[in-house]
Ligand binder design. Sequence first.
Ligand code: URA
Length: 238
Amino acid sequence: MSKLSLDRILQSQGFGTRKWCRELIAVGDVSFAGEVLTDHRMEIETDGLVFSLFDEQWRYREHVYIALHKPANYECSRKPSHHPGVLSLLPEPFALRDVQPVGRLDHDTTGLLLMSDDGAFIHAQSSPRRHIPKIYVATTQDPVTPELVSQLLGGVKLHDEPAPLAAEICRRLSAHEIEIVLEQGKYHQVKRMLAAAGNHCVALRRTQIGRLELAALELPEGEWCYLDAQELMLLTPE
Ligand code: URA
C-alpha cells in the first residue's frame, strides 16, 4: 500500500514533467472514480488505482512488462537510424517512462519482443547465466538437411567467438524451415550460425522466450499487451 500525490502519479506513469502534470490536473483533464480532480496535492492510494486522462483509462503500474509482436522493418535501438523504432508502436507515455526492449532483434526479425521499464527485470532477462531458452524459426535459402541440423547441434565456429556455438535444440520443420533454440543472445547469432553451417537465413521469427509462447498471446503483428504475473512466471528458469 502506498499513497502518492496526483501530480507524482501522473509523472511516474509517463505523462510529462511534474509541472506539465500539474497543468493537466488544474484544467480538469484528470478524473478518478468518475470525479474530476483538480488538486495536484491530493494523495491517492496507488494500489489498484485506475484514473482517466483525456477520457482514456489508465491503471497505475509501478513498472510495465510488455510483449510486442515485432513486425519487420522496426529497429530495437534507442536511436533508430534507418527504420522507425519499436517504441513508436507503443503509447507515447511508455517512452517517457523509459520503457526499452529486453535485448534486441534485428530490424528484419519478427516475433516476440519483451519490453519494460524495470531495470532489474531487463538485467535478469538479459543475463546469460539465467539460461532462458529463446526459440527461433528461420526460413532458409537452401533446404534444411539432416547435416545442417547436426552441425547446428554440434556447434559451429563464428568469427570473434572463442569457442563453437551450438543450438540447445534444433529441428527441421519443413523443407526450408528450421526451429533453433538458443540460450545465448550473440549478435546476429542465428543468421551467423546458419551461414557458418553453409546455408543462408532469408527470414527469422522469434516464437518463444522461456515458456512464454507468442502464439498463446494471440497478438497480431505490430500489437502489444501487458504481461500479467502468470505470464511473467513463464519467463523464469524452470
Ligand atoms: N539471431 C539473429 O541472427 N537475429 C536476431 O534478430 C535474433 C537472433
